[in-house]
Design a binder for this molecule. Structure first.
Ligand SMILES: N[C@@H](CCC(=O)N[C@@H](CS)C(=O)NCC(=O)O)C(=O)O
Length: 246
């Protein structure tokens, strides 16, 4: 099986797919791309979408972490990313979708808003990445990229403040799924990896690590994603963080 995975350094759904490939024992070549440039590259390579992660797998071109989890399970069923039982599978699919559309999108907005305030910490996400230019230069020239990502993903201060207000409820939901056994089983399912990657990225922000880390959700993320690159010192307005501290 020949696999090439296109990622952005620090990207959480990319990390989820990396873990899927590793757990299934599929060797792959990783191509690190910078945001925005990634869109042009994937378009030129004729992937079905322009977002990361995208995977070329034995000539097939796949875009999107949920598309990829399904394709990997079909091609290499063991260890499974989805339960065999139909009802259990439907639940994992529902939680995986929530993980992508609510949690993962929210964490992405929070991160791009944070680095808009100070681009310096961006370099910490580039650890081990080969992006074709020196990391220091990438950070120095990142301002237009950060602005573009904020625009592309419809990120505003008001929206991020809302994401942070919703975050405690998101953690409650995840802890509930862990208590029910939908998440946190062995082997980890596609929803575990989707959610753990987003929480691991969230915990690279010092503003968020404290409230997440001690909870079952935070522990699951640490267990499944023990080495997540990136570190952002406190940076978000204190008032926005009040709901998480309450
Ligand atoms: N929800 C998608 C991720 C889509 C997405 O926005 N990916 C980001 C990286 S985390 C990306 O491609 N950013 C670059 C851009 O949109 O220009 C998935 O789970 O595959």
């Amino acid at each position: 099986m020949k696999a090439t995975l296109y990622v952005i350094p620090g990207s959480h759904p990319s990390m989820a797919v990396r873990k899927m490939l590793e757990r299934k024992g599929i060797p792959y070549k990783r191509v690190d791309l910078m945001p925005v440039v990634s869109r042009g590259v994937l378009k030129a390579l004729r992937f079905p979408g322009v977002t990361i992660p995208s995977l070329r797998l034995d000539g097939r071109k796949l875009t999107g972490s949920r598309e990829i989890s399904r394709a990997l399970d079909e091609l290499r069923p063991s260890p499974p990313l989805f339960p065999a039982d139909a009802a259990a599978r439907a639940k994992v699919e529902e939680v995986e979708l929530w993980g992508e559309e609510v949690l993962s999108d929210g964490v992405r907005r929070i991160l791009w808003n944070a680095v808009k305030r100070d681009r310096g910490p961006l370099g910490t996400y580039l650890e081990g990445a080969r992006i074709g230019l020196p990391h220091g230069l990438a950070v120095k020239t990142a301002t237009p990229v950060i602005a573009a990502e904020n625009r592309i993903h419809g990120i505003s201060d008001a929206r991020v403040e809302g994401d942070l207000a919703a975050f405690p409820g998101w953690l409650d939901r995840i802890d509930g799924w862990i208590a029910e056994g939908v998440l946190g089983g062995d082997p980890p399912n596609a929803a575990d990896l989707q959610i753990a990657a987003a929480l691991a990225l969230a915990m690279t922000l010092e503003d968020l690590r404290g409230p997440i880390e001690p909870r079952p959700a935070g522990q699951l993320a640490h267990y499944l994603m023990p080495e997540y690159p990136g570190k952002v010192p406190p940076i978000l307005p204190g008032a926005w963080l009040e709901p998480l501290r309450a």
